[in-house]
Design a protein around this ligand. Sequence first.
Ligand code: SAM
Ligand code: DTB
Ligand code: SF4
Length: 323
Amino acid sequence: MPTSLPEIENLFDLPFNDLLFRAQQVHRQHFDPNAVQVSTLLSVKTGGCSEDCGYCSQSARHKTGVENEKLMDAQEVITLAKAAKAKGASRFCMGAAWRGPKDKDLAGVLAMVKGVKALGMETCATLGMLKPGQAELLSQAGLDYYNHNLDTSRDYYGEVIGTHNYEDRLDTLNKVREAGIKVCCGGIVGMGEERRHRAGLIAELAAMDPAPESVPINMLVRVPGTPLENNSGIDPIEFVRTIAVARISLPRSMVRLSAGRNEMPEPLQALCFLAGANSIFYGDKLLTTPNPETDKDKQLFEKLGIYPLAPDGTGQVLEKKQA
Ligand code: SAM
Ligand code: DTB
Ligand code: SF4
């Protein structure tokens, strides 16, 4: 399994057809090639974040029109999770625009996690950097996954984010792992980085022992008012290559085709599934930006013969539209 930076760079350099063939082979060794895991996202605390991440609509430092809201009420979140479950989502991911949670904020999130878990869904949270003891509390409340992205390579991180660093991210990831929570960790492509930076991110992820169970690959959503709004983005073929290299280098991880799907034509998404992506965010909204309509995703799954995975690993049918 290629894990070193030169090996991963060599994968990127393969002819496209050879790369996709290898990715399909690896994918089929470990997964049902037609099953895709489906998560729904909810922003439970939107906007006003102290951090300066250059891509983010929720930083208080960027004028994006996203308002600073307070933490949602747990009961309201549980009701929305129930609706997501009825539509076919097996995992519910709660996101907060914090550098990290204060203890009193965490109490509210723990109530959400307990309630969503009681619905029989997998739970995921992304709350920023954790202080000692916080991961254990989340684990005890029933948190299955914690999302905390490395976002890019170690040497490119400082080009995009100045208020925290790579070591801070790795420190939280270690806390999550030690508390027995599964790790969801990936990054963003199309932030002006070069291929070697994308390879650097995948090498960092592949070097984690154990590897993250879930690896979201986000295509930058260019949000007006952020420093990256006029970025030239990424060539779609290079994006598919990134998915394929992640699949080969992280053979047992779920690779999530994450942000950016709203701007992707269906054939591009189909290529991403062929390259080994086997998870998506499902629901009309990501955190603050649009995601494809659920009906469109259902049609795409039908066209491709893809079915969503239930938490027990079996296939399930997405909600039938009311006549
Ligand atoms: N504040 C927490 C943190 O930074 O970990 C959690 C929320 S943060 C919005 C979660 C992730 O969303 C980021 O690490 C980044 O990968 C992704 N993200 C945020 N804005 C994005 C954008 N405009 N395009 C693509 N991905 C984005
Ligand atoms: C991840 O890697 N992508 C999701 C989730 N983890 C939290 C977030 C995508 C956010 C896209 C921009 C927005 O909607 O604000
Ligand atoms: Fe804050 Fe997270 Fe956005 Fe960075 S990515 S500004 S930490 S919400």
